[in-house]
Design a protein around this ligand. Structure first.
Ligand code: HAM
Length: 428
């Protein structure tokens, strides 16, 4: 017996109908991005580690525990640079923006991107080691209207995919100075409880006390409860306070969105300033975030570019798939051509070629199945129509058209089959 191999833990193999769903999600998103003026970029999966260390933050889970480092069989040929599989897209988009001095060409950009991200998390439902982001970054503006557009855009994509039940959680961390003030106060308040925190939070306390709010350990949560009156909102300077207030008003007045303002919301990446948001689903269990994002007004400068405001988001494609998997709109083809016996395959191929020429997705049987077997196969493929070619009908230049969804059938003149199918397919 030879060894067989298995997928790496936390990775997925997509096969039909999941692949159709995957592509449908990407295509729907692309159409909406286009409507909102976001242009697609395709960036590499390999990236220099420092890009993420300096942006996502040294004291975050992603950097501390989850990076996949890439080594070659010829380390003697590699420079000292550490290469990783990208864990997220924002820092990379900014690296690309700065590397190409895009700020010299235009003061404002809207990018969208799709692709795999890698985080060495403990795999569970909705939490993978290789997953896909649908992301967007708008670079070059501090306007609250842009924050609102980005939030609205992420919700629009989910709406267009049929995900109606979801909640928007919104908070502001304030500017860099506000964040520092907030962190210092938290550190001071939590210090007496340091020994009761988990090992991770003890370390976080020094570098990034905000992350303690996000810890799932019971002890850490109950310590956080003691500080429920301390929120980032209290430390917002006048400008950041009015940015947040304006944003909430714009969301309500212009976009008809009523956010849940959640003063305890923090995010797992350090680059955020001001607006942060998450979109949750009630149907996803513990990994309930469908997406998240926010503003990162200091990141471009921190990575060596000019001081410009930016905001973006990413949706988790696999989590969207988990919600949509039950939808039965998935099908490979519209029409299946069945024959009453396999000697009619030449006639079937002739018709198949003309259907495909007319852009009607169609297929035939290549396995000499009985008529019953062919119909069963067509049903499994979820096709809308089956054309049955029978010797008797062909003598009259006719075929049988079976409407699989309505369980109706009719005899149709073979010359009329294409226009008839075209008009029927418009209504499915
Ligand atoms: P994030 O919250 O880390 O944000 O990821 C965005 C979404 O990706 C999450 O809400 C979740 O749906 C999905 N996701 C994250 N980790 C996993 C995982 N291990 N398995 C499956 N799905 C996952 C970011 O990455 C930011 N770059 C978003 C952003 C863009 N902020 C500003 N611009």
């Amino acid at each position: 017996m030879k060894n067989i191999y298995f997928s790496v833990r936390g990775t997925s193999n997509f096969s039909p109908p999941q692949t159709y769903l995957f592509n449908k999600i990407v295509e729907t998103s692309k159409n909406i991005f286009k409507l909102f003026g976001y242009e697609e970029i395709i960036l590499p999966i390999l990236e220099e580690e420092a890009v993420f260390v300096r942006s996502v933050g040294q004291a975050t889970d992603i950097i501390e525990k989850q990076m996949f480092k890439v080594t070659r069989n010829r380390p003697d040929l590699d420079s000292k640079m550490q290469i990783v599989l990208r864990p997220e897209g924002t820092a990379q988009v900014i690296r690309y923006y700065i590397e190409n001095s895009l700020y010299k060409k235009s003061d404002f950009y809207k990018f969208c991107y799709f692709g795999p991200m890698f985080r060495g998390e403990k795999p569970q439902k909705g939490r993978l080691r290789q997953f896909h982001h649908i992301g967007a970054e708008a670079i070059g503006s501090y306007s609250e209207f842009l924050d609102a557009e980005v939030i609205f855009l992420s919700l629009e994509i989910l709406d267009a995919l049929g995900i109606k039940q979801k909640s928007l959680h919104l908070n502001s961390l304030g500017c860099g100075l506000d964040k520092e003030k907030f962190k210092e106060l938290l550190k001071k308040e939590i210090l007496p409880y340091k020994d009761k925190l988990c090992i991770d939070c003890q370390r976080r306390m020094e570098k990034n006390p905000l992350r303690i709010f996000d810890c799932k350990e019971e002890n850490c949560q109950s310590i956080c409860e003691k500080f429920s009156s301390i929120t980032s909102q209290q430390y917002l300077c006048k400008t950041c306070h009015s940015h947040f207030k304006n944003l909430v008003d714009i969301l309500k007045d212009n976009f008809g969105i009523q956010p849940f303002v959640d003063f305890r919301l923090v995010r797992g990446l350090d680059y955020y300033t001001n607006t942060i948001f998450e979109i949750n689903s009630p149907f996803l269990g513990s990994q309930n975030a469908l997406g998240g994002g926010g503003r990162y007004n200091n990141l471009v400068e921190e990575l060596g570019g000019p001081k410009v405001g930016a905001v973006g988001f990413a949706l988790g494609l696999e989590r969207i798939m988990l919600l949509l998997e039950k939808i039965d709109i998935l099908k490979t083809i519209d029409v299946f051509i069945a024959t009453t016996n396999d000697t009619l395959i030449k006639e079937a191929v002739k018709l198949l070629i003309s259907l495909r020429k007319e852009n009607i997705s169609s297929d035939i049987d290549y396995c000499k199945k009985s008529l019953k077997g062919q119909l069963r196969y067509a049903e499994k493929k979820n096709v809308n129509f089956v054309i049955i070619l029978g010797e008797e009908e062909l003598k009259e230049n006719k075929v049988i058209l079976k409407d699989m969804k309505r369980s109706l059938q009719e005899k149709v003149n073979i010359d009329n089959i294409i226009p008839l199918l075209k008009s029927k397919l418009k209504n499915v």
